[in-house]
Ligand binder design. Sequence first.
Ligand SMILES: [Zn+2]
Length: 259
Amino acid sequence: MKIYQIQALKDNYNYILHDERSRITAVVDPSEAAPIVQKLEELDFDLDYILHTHHHRDHIGGDNGLVRKYDCEIVGPSYDSHRIPGMSKELKDGDTFLLGESAAKIFFVPGHTLGHIAYYFAKSHALFCGDVIFSLGSGFLFEGTPDQMWNSLKTLRSLPEETRIFCAHEYTLENAEFAMQFEKDNKALQDFVAQAKQKRARGEPTVPSLMKDEIACNPFLRADLPKIKELLGDRSLEDEVALGKIRHLKNVFKTEVLR
Ligand SMILES: [Zn+2]
């Protein structure tokens, strides 16, 4: 399966997925139609599926324009069937979605929203996780609880460490500011951020990142480590409580930076 990364809006990433044998093509979370149409025409691909991780506007904004132009089916979480217009194929935890001969396992990963799903293409080592894991961060808890998000993060963290995480936003350097302040002595994090800065300076994306690196560097995936709980001031914290505290610290941190 070929993966094409397209920048949309200010800092969204949309992805075109193409199964070479069948020539079946999908787009993941199109923010707007124009850049997707342009890329599809350049590649001479038709569009068969629009795949959604969740219902947010910046992930479905391209649907209308694409449906008008292509005979394609809208696919997404069954939980969001009432809030993703035009959805005709519903997916839930444990389902398999077939893009031609490329198979994706579906994980139900609530927290950012209550219906969020992720698509894992094992053969391609590719995870499309929307706004659940970002490089060095994780999506806001708009609808779910720390408990739900922690379970979702643990589910995704259990995937092979060579898994490439195709998240939906270029937030890495912003997230790095919090992560570096929070876990000051993490050498792997320092090296990772130095590389991310070089990539951005060259105008390259920092996404996808590897699960291995996120496990070593991303504070949200490290909430259950004793050293992280110590930084939070209490070694006996439940894992999901630790995650909630990291979420809170990051929210406050961001507000302070924006001020
Ligand atoms: Zn979102």
